[in-house]
Design a protein around this ligand. Structure first.
Ligand SMILES: *Cc1c(COP(=O)(O)O)cnc(C)c1O
Length: 220
C-alpha cells in the first residue's frame, strides 16, 4: 500500500540522515484526488493532509472532519487576501505566506479570531518570475516584519525549479532558515522528499506517490 511504502521510505531517509525516526512530518497532499482515495488513507488512520486551494478544501474537508477525529490540515497553495479568513478557520498550518500584504491580513484576522495557524514563509529560491514567494534577498526583512506583527512563523517553505537540482535549493532554504533562527523546513515532494530529508526538512509534502496520479478519472 502506497502510504505505508512512503512512510517506510521516509523512515529510511531519516535514518540515513542520522535523524530520529518520526522527526519529519509527512503531509499527504490530497488536492484534486477523488474522495474515495482520501477516505482510504483516513481509514488507515492517517490524519495529516495538505491542500492547494482554499475553495477546494472548504468543499470537502468539513465533511471528512466530521467523520474522522484529529485531522490536521495544511494549506500549501497561494492565498488571496479575500480567502484569508476562510483559510484561517479551516487550516492548522499555512505553508504559503509569500508577501507582506497577506501577512498583514493574517495578523489582523488573528486578533479578531483569537487564534492563528502556524505559518511558513514561502521563499522563491529559484527567483522564478512566475513563482510565488519572497526572494532570498528580501527574506530577512520579511521575517522581521512578521515577527514584529506577532505572527507564529515556524519555518520556511520552497518549491524548487523543475529543471534544477532540488538539493541545492533545499540547502539554500536550510541556510536561510538557520540565519533567521527558524527551525521548520517545508520542502520535498513525491519526486525528491528523500533529498529534502537529507537537507533537514521537517515537513515533506507528498501527493501523487501516496494517492496516485491526479488526472483521475482519465479525461476523454
Ligand atoms: C501538489 C503539491 C505538492 C505535492 O506534489 P506531488 O508531486 O504530487 O507529491 C507539494 N507541494 C505543493 C506546494 C503542491 O502544490
Amino acid at each position: 500500500m502506497a502510504l505505508q511504502e512512503i512512510q517506510d521510505r521516509l523512515q529510511k531517509a531519516e535514518s540515513v540522515a542520522g535523524r530520529p525516526s518520526g522527526s519529519v512530518s509527512l503531509v499527504a497532499v490530497s488536492k484534486m484526488q477523488p474522495d474515495e482515495r482520501v477516505d482510504s488513507v483516513l481509514e488507515q488512520g492517517y490524519r495529516i493532509f495538505g491542500e492547494n486551494r482554499v475553495q477546494e478544501a472548504a468543499g470537502k474537508w468539513p465533511a471528512f472532519k466530521e467523520r474522522y477525529e484529529g485531522v490536521e490540515l495544511h494549506l500549501l497553495g497561494p492565498l488571496q487576501t479575500n480567502k484569508a479568513r476562510q483559510a484561517m478557520e479551516l487550516f492548522d498550518v499555512i505553508h504559503s505566506v509569500d508577501r507582506p500584504k497577506i501577512a498583514k491580513a493574517i495578523a489582523r484576522l488573528s486578533e479578531e479570531l483569537g487564534h492563528c495557524p502556524d505559518l511558513f514563509l514561502q521563499v522563491n529560491t529559484g527567483e522564478e518570475p512566475q513563482k510565488a514567494g519572497v526572494l532570498p534577498s528580501e527574506l530577512d526583512a520579511f521575517v522581521e516584519e512578521c515577527r514584529d506583527m506577532g505572527l507564529p512563523v515556524i519555518g520556511l517553505m520552497c518549491i524548487p525549479p523543475v529543471d534544477e537540482e532540488a538539493s541545492l535549493h533545499f540547502a539554500l532554504l536550510a541556510k536561510l532558515a538557520k540565519r533567521n533562527g527558524l527551525t521548520g523546513l517545508s520542502m520535498g515532494m513525491s519526486g525528491d522528499f528523500e533529498k529534502a530529508v537529507a537537507q533537514g526538512a521537517t515537513h515533506v509534502r507528498v501527493g501523487s506517490a501516496i494517492f496516485g496520479s491526479r488526472d483521475y478519472p482519465p479525461k476523454t
